[in-house]
Design a protein around this ligand. Structure first.
Ligand SMILES: [Zn+2]
Length: 147
């Protein structure tokens, strides 16, 4: 994520991100696109409130990344059920937000590499991604109770 987007999030949540190291040569910390900035900002705000209420902090973020098209925030320390639920909710929400631009998105698969990312229609087309067919178990869910 570009410094212009992640910088304010890192500064607003100093306890949560006190141990997060830059991952790239250009000093970027979050291993995902700029489109998730608002989602990560909201999640970070919630986590910072919990992390900063105990001294030393109960937990800290050690990695923020995109994996298989969804947002993963890895934390280390004493993690409550509430924190775990916040992390899960953000992960589930991320597969509906284009990782590049923040528009409404869905899971896509790259035509040649098979990489999976959550993208909007125009970002997907620009980068050579096709919509990913629904997963068999997800289809089952969609059809449940339809008759
Ligand atoms: Zn997009």
């Amino acid at each position: 994520m570009k410094k212009a987007f992640e910088g304010p999030i890192l500064r607003a949540n100093p306890t949560l991100y006190s141990h997060l190291q830059p991952r790239f040569a250009n000093d970027e910390h979050f291993e995902c696109g700029d489109g998730w900035a608002a989602l990560i900002a909201a999640l970070s705000h919630k986590l910072e409130a919990v992390a900063s209420t105990t001294i030393p902090a109960a937990f800290r973020a050690v990695q923020v990344k995109q994996k298989l098209g969804s947002l993963r925030v890895y934390v280390r320390g004493n993690v409550s059920e509430e924190v775990r639920e916040s992390l899960d909710a953000a992960r589930q929400e991320s597969v509906y937000i284009c990782e590049k631009c923040g528009s409404a998105g869905r899971l896509h698969e790259h035509r040649s590499s098979g990489w999976i990312r959550t993208l909007c229609v125009s970002c997907a087309e620009a980068d050579g991604f096709d919509p990913r067919p629904a997963q068999p178990d997800r289809q089952g869910e969609d059809h449940a109770g339809c008759d």
